[in-house]
Design a binder for this molecule. Structure first.
Ligand SMILES: Nc1ncnc2c1ncn2[C@@H]1O[C@H](COP(=O)(O)OP(=O)(O)O)[C@@H](O)[C@H]1O
Ligand SMILES: O=P(O)(O)OC[C@H](O)CO
Length: 502
């Protein structure tokens, strides 16, 4: 009997393929990073063939490495960087342009026009999102406007649009299936989260021909089977979810009020809000957590664009240390009240500020500021931003978050996790399996293929490795956080002439 589910985690900086057994334990992992392209200031692209080739090769590696064959894989789950936009030719499968990455800000001016035309309330009511270059709609429109012949070809029905999951599904099934799941669809800004359908008025507003759009399916569904030649056999693709929602599933966040935060390139805090969408009054997003048997479960989300990416910048840009793991020792040697604040608004600010013009800054430098203080400030910024989101969520939901489940590449840093618990004033739970994103996709596939009877059965598989209890005195917490609020206020609404000049 096939003993594994193959989970494909196509992230912003790397593609991973992970084999999970039925207990949700990792059997084998393969990972490949790929190039980030920054063709102009604020633009971020991936070569679509890099996305595809790293996914295919990591899937093959993980199967080989573990000495199994396609017949041992009961199903595939796909999880992916969300919002990232691809357009391809339905006949050849060739993409028209690089993947425009979620972080890309090229449509800022168009977004400003939409704001000035007062479209935001309408967009928020239909999609749960706000107007920002982050979401797919303006990126897709950009491709249609800027790639020669694209609009005409789209109008003739020759092209397909997809987020990364859709693109991979198309390629894995040999061009037979053009579909996505509701968690990815709801990040495009073209999907009505109430009717669970593409919204005709939004398609018209963004000038997107409906023929481009994929079919929207549940997160656990029969999406198709892999072309036999790709992985040595036909494997059913049975689960799809955007990576942040998949992490909520991997953390078994199935009850309203349960909240998780994932610290990878960015940080995404998501709370399950149940069967009805909850609207934020604090500029958080309403999103689909997962959709099963045609029924969506909703979530509230705070999206921070830069978390682990600060560590990468300190390492690769400023060359302050060799490895991301070195930050823990550097921060440990630093006293907390060092007075340095690093605001990593490299690509503007996400929730709750949504300021695409904001830019990063370091405040509080003195003649004796050392590397440890700058590194600690970079790590602390991630925790301060989580505190910003927590305040918004507490206010929107009306009851304070009781505890937070964490995952993602950064959470192995125990110094960060302790400071996070101190800043939030609630316990922070780090699970035994940190690959929760991939695990969530495996669980979704497992539900579809009958490995798990229901969500309760999956919930019993979650296990905590360590809880970080808050231990900072309230007065110190407030003083440190007040310094952050002051720093963030200073980078907001950056002078536009300075942006243009810089
Ligand atoms: N020990 C560490 N301390 C702080 N940050 C870390 C540590 N280890 C990894 N990171 C950061 O975590 C991020 C990688 O997390 P991951 O979940 O793999 O990201 P993604 O899925 O977004 O590509 C990187 O930005 C890296 O700098
Ligand atoms: O690739 P990650 O893990 O940083 O996730 C990216 C998010 O899905 C963007 O919304």
């Amino acid at each position: 009997m096939a003993a594994y589910i193959l989970s494909i985690d196509q992230g912003t900086t790397s593609s991973r393929a992970i084999l999970f057994d039925r207990q949700g334990q990792v059997a084998a992992v393969a990972q490949e990073t790929f190039a980030q392209h920054f063709p102009h200031g604020g633009w971020v692209e991936h070569a679509s063939e890099d996305i595809w080739s790293t996914v295919l090769s990591t899937c093959r590696q993980v199967i080989d490495k573990h000495g199994i064959s396609a017949a041992d894989v009961a199903g595939i789950g796909i999880t992916n960087q969300r919002e990232t936009t691809l357009v391809w030719d339905r006949n050849t499968g060739e993409t028209l342009y690089n993947a425009i990455v979620w972080q890309d800000r090229r449509t800022s001016d168009y977004c400003r026009e939409l704001m000035q035309q007062d479209h935001e309330a309408f967009i928020q009511a239909r999609t749960g999102l706000l107007i920002d270059p982050y979401f797919s709609a303006t990126k897709l429109r950009w491709v249609l406007e800027n790639v020669e012949g694209a609009r005409q070809r789209a109008e003739r029905g020759e092209l397909a649009f997809g987020t990364v999951d859709s693109f991979l599904l198309w390629r894995l099934t040999g061009g037979k299936v053009h579909a996505t799941d509701a968690t990815n669809a709801c990040r495009t800004c073209l999907f009505n989260i109430h009717t669970q359908q593409w919204d005709e008025e939004l398609l018209a507003l963004f000038e997107i021909p409906a023929s481009l759009m994929p079919e929207v399916m549940d997160s656990s569904a029969p999406f198709g089977t892999t072309e036999a030649a790709l992985l040595g056999g036909e494997i059913p693709i049975a689960g799809i979810a955007g990576d942040q929602q998949a992490a909520l599933v991997g953390q078994t966040g199935f009850t309203p009020g349960l909240c998780k935060s994932t610290y990878g390139t960015g940080c995404f805090m998501i709370m399950n809000t149940g069967a009805e969408p909850a609207t934020s009054h604090n500029r958080l997003l309403t999103t689909v957590a997962y959709r099963l048997h045609g029924k969506p479960t909703y979530a509230m989300e705070g999206s921070i664009f830069v978390a682990g990416a600060t560590v990468q910048w300190l390492r690769d840009g400023l060359k302050l240390f060799e490895a991301a793991a070195d930050t823990e020792a550097l921060a440990e040697q630093t006293r907390l009240g060092h007075g340095v604040y690093l605001v990593p608004a490299f690509t503007g600010l996400g929730a709750p500020h949504w300021d695409p013009q904001a830019r990063g800054a370091i405040f509080g430098l003195t003649r004796d500021t050392d590397i440890g203080e700058i590194v600690a400030a970079g790590l602390q910024a991630v925790c301060y931003q989580t505190r910003d989101l927590q305040r918004c969520m507490d206010d929107d939901i009306g009851t304070p978050i009781e505890r937070l489940r964490v995952d993602g590449g950064m959470v192995c840093n125990s110094w960060v996790m302790q400071f996070l618990a101190d800043m939030l004033g609630v316990p922070v739970d780090r699970p035994t399996i940190l690959e929760t994103t991939a695990l969530g996709a495996a669980y979704l596939a497992g539900l579809q293929i009958g490995w798990y009877a229901d969500l309760d059965e999956i919930s019993r598989l979650w296990a905590c490795e360590r809880t970080f209890e808050p231990r900072m005195a309230e007065a110190q917490r407030q003083t440190l956080y007040a310094g952050w609020l002051d720093a963030i206020a200073r980078v907001m609404h950056h002078d536009e002439t300075a942006v243009a000049a810089g």
